[in-house]
Design a protein around this ligand. Structure first.
Ligand code: DGL
Length: 269
């Protein structure tokens, strides 16, 4: 048994899609979340800046002595995970390895679409990991820089003309290639799941990286006997780097439940 919390971080709110899955799968675990709302977005930045930001996010979470950390950010997972694993001596789970494995396993026609931030697509990490698992799969990767701002501004309704137009444009190449599986390769994108599903005419399996990674963590805790006490009611604490006011309302859209527990602004720089 290990009573220490699980640390989770993202550039902003998107990682809460992973927290939602962790809460569902691991109700006895304490979760400490850091959302770098003062520096979001990461996906438009250089690799060096993303690594620097990720180090400060990690250093902040280490104050809570986490038993493991979930990097619930597609951008950090593709650009910085290898560096962070070398530098930090605790189990680090990203969201990309799990999502790539799921895509390789679930495609039937062997054509996978990958949506992600500019940095994630530039990294080529999804292609590398999917090909390692399934060498003959055709992969169509599309950078979708307008989706994070849409989600952060609460524009996720598939009936919203702006949403359907932007999502439709990003999906055009993926549809044309005949993809039957689409990786929503940024943890913000599951909030657009209905719009992405509509954009694919309901004909594709949609992979949520946060969900896949949360399932990996649940399996790892089980395997290592590292879960919290079964009679413990798991708690959540949320830290952000910009104003905490308004965080709860925004977070509820991601978590699909009221925010309970600490919500606090911190300085990680
Ligand atoms: N949730 C982050 C990701 O998964 C958002 C990226 C950003 O900050 O641009 O990539």
């Amino acid at each position: 048994m290990d009573r220490r919390p699980i640390g989770v971080f993202d550039s902003g709110l998107g990682g809460l899609t992973a927290v939602k899955e962790l809460r569902r799968l691991l109700p006895h675990e304490d979760i400490v979340y850091f959302g770098d709302t003062g520096r979001v977005p990461y996906g438009t930045r250089s690799d060096g800046t993303i690594v620097r930001y990720a180090r400060s996010d990690m250093d902040f979470l280490l104050r809570f002595d986490p038993k493991r950390v979930l990097i619930a950010c597609g951008t950090v997972s593709t650009v910085a995970l290898k560096v962070l694993r070398r530098e930090y001596d605790l189990p680090l789970e990203g969201v990309v390895e799990a999502a790539a494995a799921a895509a390789a396993a679930r495609t039937r026609r062997g054509v996978v679409g990958v949506m992600g931030t500019a940095a994630t697509i530039r990294s080529g990490e999804y292609e590398r990991l999917i090909r390692a698992a399934a060498p003959s799969v055709k992969i169509v990767s599309v950078a979708c820089p307008l989706l994070v701002p849409l989600v952060e501004n609460g524009r996720t309704d598939p009936e919203d003309l702006v949403v359907s137009t932007v999502v439709g444009e990003y999906l055009a190449e993926i549809r044309a290639a005949g993809a039957d599986t689409v990786v929503m390769g940024c943890t913000h994108y599951p909030l657009l799941e209905r719009a992405i599903d509509a954009g694919m005419d309901g004909g594709a399996v949609l992979i949520s990286p946060g969900r896949e990674a949360a399932e990996r963590i649940a399996r790892a805790l089980e395997r290592d006997g590292a879960g919290n006490a079964p009679d413990h009611a798991g708690t959540s604490a949320y830290y952000v780097s910009d104003a905490a006011e308004g965080f709860a309302a925004a977070a509820e859209r991601f978590l699909c439940e009221p925010v309970s527990g600490v919500v606090e602004k911190v300085d990680v720089e």
